[in-house]
Design a protein around this ligand. Structure first.
Ligand code: FAD
Length: 191
């Protein structure tokens, strides 16, 4: 990916208006494709498009078919590649649910305010900006009903589960039964 990714990093979106972006590629706020906002499959389509363009723009002996055949297309992202939106999401949910799982049974005022601050900044700084914007909007629902519940581990774990379910619904994924959040993220499943 290195060369094609680098190529896109240096080309503003407007200058490649003759190529429609593959479905699912999300642009960053600067108009360049956002890797951590896009899925691996859409990113692959994007790099393929760039490779194709490169192949027609440069005279090489390899035909596009040969070039494509030489490119392995594993279904999983290699572990030493930058994350796509899904890998980033899975790792982040692991962190967030683990923070809930290790949260005090009864949290002090200081602990609650530390977590409140963390969530505030997290929702602004999450590296997929479209995800971050939606998450912030969900938390700031005018009714106040989605504000983090930070009094105890049970409350916070449940709130985190609901937050995750909100994203699951948006993406058309199955909702998780929040009664089992603690088994999934803290105690392990009963035999
Ligand atoms: P994930 O949804 O990552 O879940 C990982 C594991 O958590 C699951 O295998 C399951 O065991 C468990 N789990 C699932 N649901 C719950 C729950 N409700 N409570 C407790 N445990 C649960 N991706 C986008 O494409 N667009 C977005 O706008 C977007 N927004 C996101 C916002 C945030 C704050 C985060 C952290 C991620 C976001 N993602 C988004 C990524 C997305 O949520 C998934 O992480 C990604 O699609 C990979 O999904 P997955 O099916 O592998 O499992």
């Amino acid at each position: 990916y290195k060369n094609t990714a680098q190529m896109f990093q240096n080309i503003p979106a407007e200058s490649k208006s003759d190529d429609a972006l593959p479905k699912g590629v999300v642009l960053d706020k600067d108009g360049k494709p956002c890797r951590t906002c896009s899925s691996l499959s859409s990113w692959r389509a994007l790099t393929k498009q760039a490779d194709k363009k490169n192949a027609t723009n440069t005279s090489t002996t390899a035909t596009p078919a040969l070039a494509a055949a030489a490119t392995p297309s594993p279904s999983e992202l290699p572990s030493d590649c930058p994350p796509d939106v899904e890998q980033l999401g899975r790792s982040t949910w692991t962190l967030l649910h683990s923070m809930a799982a290790t949260y005090p049974e009864k949290a002090s005022t200081e602990h609650q305010s530390n977590m409140e601050g963390f969530l505030k900044f997290f929702s602004k700084l999450y590296p997929c900006w479209v995800c971050a914007d939606d998450f912030q909007a969900w938390m700031a629902h005018p009714s106040g009903r989605n504000q983090p519940k930070l009094g105890s581990r049970k409350e916070f774990g449940w709130w985190m589960c609901e937050a995750h379910n909100e994203v699951n619904r948006k993406l058309g994924k199955k909702e998780f039964d929040c009664r089992f959040w603690e088994e999934r993220w803290r105690s392990g499943w009963k035999d």
